[in-house]
Design a binder for this molecule. Structure first.
Ligand code: ADP
Ligand code: MG
Length: 267
């Protein structure tokens, strides 16, 4: 499905059969006195859906992610998380950024557990907490490395640890802002597969911010293209190419061309 969206208040509807985990309506945001980074922007993310937010550098993707994640307040509009208006980051959401941001004095397991003890997190007993940490570390393929310190980890392992730290919160929605951009191409491909695998197995939804068209096509169930000034959602594609998508180069190539075409028309 390649459908231009109506303007100016762009509503991207979730499919009728799955409830939304996140529903944003009519969002506007400006940094200080500068003009709006985006306006009249609406987006829904369904449970278990992987959405890629694709756009060029500086188009406002990270700003939008911060507003959707409750880290910044919109000037207009609202974000509903699990059907409740969100005023602060929701305990059932989690974030992964380009930098793993591990605490160097904590070992891998303690870095994964970091964040579970904050007051706004649902409190768990020690056994349940340890079990969550163990399961999250196993999910990213780092079982046996619990005692390693960040200085001993490769970039890919550090990002796996950051992903495990997010999973330990048992999120309904994972926000990921260019999480693999700093990795080499081979590690990036591994991490893209891991992300899809983990999100499917943990029944989590994900919003992946990326400027990489191929990454968006390989990972996402749906791609939304952001652009313009102020920023808005220009276009969306449902990606119905079977996984593993590397095995369907023609379909991937066709979608890639469609996205490039939309980008050309947008600029
Ligand atoms: N803290 C900030 N203060 C002022 N302007 C900002 C700030 N963060 C980002 N911007 C500006 O907002 C716009 C969108 O930035 P950003 O959301 O980081 O884009 P992207 O993630 O798509 O590269 C850019 O013009 C950027 O310079
Ligand atoms: Mg950014």
């Amino acid at each position: 499905m390649n459908s231009p969206l109506p303007e100016p208040a762009l509503a991207i509807a979730a499919a009728a059969d799955a409830p939304a985990v996140l529903e944003a309506r009519g969002l506007s945001y400006a940094h200080g006195a500068a003009g709006p980074v985006f306006s009249h922007l609406s987006l829904s993310i369904r449970r278990r859906e992987i959405v890629a937010l694709l756009g060029g550098s500086g188009c406002g993707k990270s700003t939008l992610l911060r507003v959707l994640a409750g880290l910044a307040r919109p000037a207009k509009g609202e974000v509903r998380f699990l059907d409740t208006v969100q005023a602060a980051p929701h305990p059932r959401s989690a974030l992964v950024f380009q930098q793993a941001s591990l605490l160097p004095w904590l070992n891998l397991a303690d870095n994964v557990g970091f964040g579970l003890d904050f007051a706004h997190q649902p409190q768990t007993g020690k056994a349940a907490r340890d079990e969550r940490i163990k399961a999250a570390i196993a999910a990213v393929g780092l079982a046996g490395r619990e005692g390693a310190y960040p200085a001993q980890l490769s970039g890919g392992m550090a990002q796996r640890t950051a992903l495990a730290r997010a999973l330990a919160r048992q999120p309904e929605l994972l926000f990921a802002d260019e999480p693999f951009s700093a990795l080499d191409a081979i590690t990036r491909a591994e991490m893209q597969s891991l992300l899809v695998d983990v999100v499917h197995r943990w029944h989590t939804a994900a919003l992946l911010v990326t400027h990489d068209i191929d990454e968006a096509i390989l990972v996402a169930d749906r791609i939304v293209l952001m652009g313009g000034r102020p920023g808005r959602l220009l276009h969306e594609w449902t990606v119905d190419i079977p996984r593993n998508r590397e095995d369907h180069p023609e379909a991937v190539g066709a979608l890639r061309l469609a996205i490039l075409g939309a980008l050309r028309h947008a600029s």
